[in-house]
Design a protein around this ligand. Sequence first.
Ligand code: PML
Ligand code: MG
Length: 236
Amino acid sequence: MTYFSVRMRANTQGRHISGAERIVDAAHVAETCAQLAQRALDHPKGEAAQTHLTVEALDVAAITHADALRVDVAECADPDAARAVIHGLLAPLTPHVDALIRETFAARDMRGAMLVCAGTGARLEPDCERGVRVSHMDTLEYTQATGKDAAREALVLASKVAAHPDVIAELCISDDPEYTTGYVAHAGTYTRIPHIKPAGSRAGARAFLVREGADIPALIDYLERQPVLIRTEAQA
Ligand code: PML
Ligand code: MG
């Protein structure tokens, strides 16, 4: 069977509004294009002025598979409690945890994720305003998605990222002002963190904590271009 990567990115006067993508078979390409185009118009950051859709046939032999992370939920009543959970999860992994958390909350409208060296705290991506956009991933079995399904999509993305041996952990705060659940992914677990930011906040970004000495061009190539299908629990 032929698979297609269907990708949408939308902006208004250069400001990133929305991006989403699927990997689907030929029978689902048209409806996926329609759903993603509609999403760019419905985004809480505003109706996008420009929407770009890409449909790309994939080499089936190049597609790899990975297991979904295990999902856990932290008990957090407010953003202070959420920060304490994030700190508790990431502090054992890097001496630069405070800067990592501060920078992730300070970022705005990035298309992609920050790459942060666990050993030095340095940013590793070539364009720090844009970040590295994780692409070419979906669940192994086709799942019907009518609108934005943030939790499902984030689990798929985080599972692809975590499958790379040079990524130690991920911190994610949605840049959607109305979406206040974020997560930390580490050691096979995706910990959902409610109330990570106040409703209405424009804060939001992803940061990947990367092993010191990692081959960064190879890691970026994997994150941006390697097609990966994720086995979820239902498919195991
Ligand atoms: C995003 O908006 O891209 C990030 C969504 C984070 C989802 C967290 C969750 O609900 O599990
Ligand atoms: Mg987003």
